[in-house]
Write a protein that binds this ligand. Structure first.
Ligand code: ACM
Ligand code: ZN
Length: 493
């Protein structure tokens, strides 16, 4: 008799039984599942057939199968047994798409690129017991998989997750776990918020104090304790070598890491290190996160040389075509009082101090373009217009900001806080923020990136994708609270 297959909603540990005649629970739901007759019984005759025995997806599949099965699964370049899983190339299949055909004696995985191949493997793994992810040794001798054909390809090319590693520092093992969890669910962009007031997290060789001093907060540190980090030294950073290793790990799993250097506000971890890059003026208005003196001066020409030196190193570390310069939530008061900023306004004929923000963003765009990258930033970067048509906006202040960005012709990623900020509470009874919304699981599951926009088909193409984001105030208490906030909401995305 056919056994009940237990499939889980992956990491979150909710176990949902599915029966042979129902469609399997695959997350995200594939475009098409066509069930056939019978089962493919996996046993110790199974081999994997791949042109390249060192292919990442083939080896990944082998490793996962060998975890739960009681026998070795060899990879060969030709068919050496009656039962096999074979990888084939099919140029007609869309980018990142695949066809997974489970037949009575073989499984045929067709794709036109490595991403599709990897995603077919992820789908296949979801047909096995969930221990295939935990690494538990089940020693299964035989396992039936229903005959069916699954076809899938993504609607959006950009499917992401943003993680704030500044307010809470996450070590490399933890980031690797996030990359695994994301790629298990076919998410392909990890946006790392590497700098903010509370910590600078990436080694810059020309300016070692950014990490020697800017990566740490505490009683005797340059950056004061925040978010209950306590009087002890708290922080950490990634060396360039470590980041390059992480990037390679992510690339194998079809995840692109996009760096964010948040400018010109949210910058205490760099302004405190350099000292003289601010205007030197003051205000009694704190930043959105309660900080002061955290804004770079726009009028000091010497600042652009420092910023270019940092951007040049970031461009060398990260192969991502994008470099994100943040641009959000700047307090303009400092610029209003500053002789150099005022002189710049006069020279450029700006009437409002806010126009200096547009000026700064366009200068950064020039520098980023010069170093071969496309500028990305929060929707604040489009407030003053004049961006290159490639510059890509992450809309966080709701659907209206996404609409505005599209109407201005910018490629746009939707990260509307009201749906996609997973630092928000699940329910009013739980921990978390609520300023954007209460975000239970169904709110994110039912989110439609194009909702409330009424775009033409041409305009729709400018919405390149969607990402959830985790801001990390107080995320280290209790340990792994970040995972509670992220999952299963990221699966729902
Ligand atoms: C943001 O939440 N300030 C992008
Ligand atoms: Zn200034």
């Amino acid at each position: 008799m056919r056994k009940i297959i237990l499939l889980s909603v992956l990491i979150c540990g909710i176990v949902i039984p599915t029966f042979a005649n129902n469609n399997p629970n695959i997350i995200p739901t594939p475009n098409s599942i066509v069930k056939g007759e019978g089962v493919f019984v996996i046993d110790n005759d199974l081999t994997i057939v791949s042109d390249n025995v060192k292919d990442f997806s083939a080896k990944y599949l082998q490793e996962k199968l060998e975890t739960v099965f009681d026998f070795p699964v060899n990879i060969n370049t030709s068919k050496k047994s009656e039962k096999y899983i074979i990888f084939t190339n099919d140029k007609s299949i869309k980018e990142e798409g695949y066809k997974l055909a489970i037949e009575p004696n073989k499984i045929v995985i067709s794709s036109s690129d490595n991403s599709g191949k990897y995603y077919a493997v992820q789908t296949l793994l979801q047909l096995f017991p969930p221990q295939i992810y935990s690494g538990a040794k089940l020693r299964i001798k035989e396992y039936p998989v229903d005959v069916m054909v699954i076809e899938d390809a993504p609607r959006f090319s950009y499917r992401g997750f943003m993680l704030d590693v500044s307010r809470t520092f996450f070590d490399l093992d933890y980031l690797r776990s996030y990359i695994d969890w994301m790629s298990n669910h076919k998410l392909n962009r990890l946006h790392l918020h590497l700098t903010d007031d509370n910590g600078w997290r990436i080694e810059i060789k020309k300016y070692p104090d950014l990490t020697n001093k800017g990566a740490w907060r505490g009683k005797d540190e340059l950056i004061p304790p925040t978010y209950l980090s306590g009087s002890k030294r708290y922080g950490g950073y990634y060396t360039q070598k470590e980041m390059k290793e992480l990037i390679a790990y992510a690339q194998d799993r079809n995840v692109m890491i996009i760096p964010e250097f948040d400018l010109p506000g949210h910058c205490l971890s760099s302004t405190a290190v350099f000292g003289d890059v601010t205007c030197g003026t003051s205000t009694d208005r704190p930043s959105a996160c309660g900080e002061f003196d955290n804004v770079w001066c726009v009028g000091k020409e010497s600042n652009y040389k420092i910023l270019e030196n940092i951007i040049k190193e970031l461009a060398d570390i990260f192969p991502s075509p994008y470099l994100n310069i943040g641009g959000d939530e700047v307090i303009f008061d400092y610029w209003a009082q500053c002789p150099e900023c005022q002189a710049l306004m006069k020279k450029e004929g700006y009437e409002k101090v806010e126009e200096l923000h547009g000026h700064f963003v366009r200068r950064m765009e020039d520098i980023i373009t010069k170093h071969g990258k496309v500028m990305m930033g929060w929707d604040d970067i489009q407030d003053f217009g004049g961006l290159r048509p490639t510059s890509t906006v992450v809309a966080w202040r709701g659907q209206a900001k996404g609409l505005e960005s599209v109407k201005k012709g910018q490629p746009t990623v939707m990260q509307a806080a009201q749906y996609l900020y997973v630092d928000m509470q699940y329910t009013p009874a739980e921990r978390g923020h609520s300023w954007a919304a209460i975000i239970p699981l169904d709110r994110i599951y039912n989110y439609e990136p194009l909702q409330d926009m009424d775009l033409t088909p041409e305009e729709e193409k400018l919405i390149i994708g969607v990402q959830a984001g985790l801001w990390t105030e107080l995320m280290q208490f209790p340990p792994r609270f970040s995972e509670y906030q992220v999952f299963p909401r990221l699966c729902a995305l």
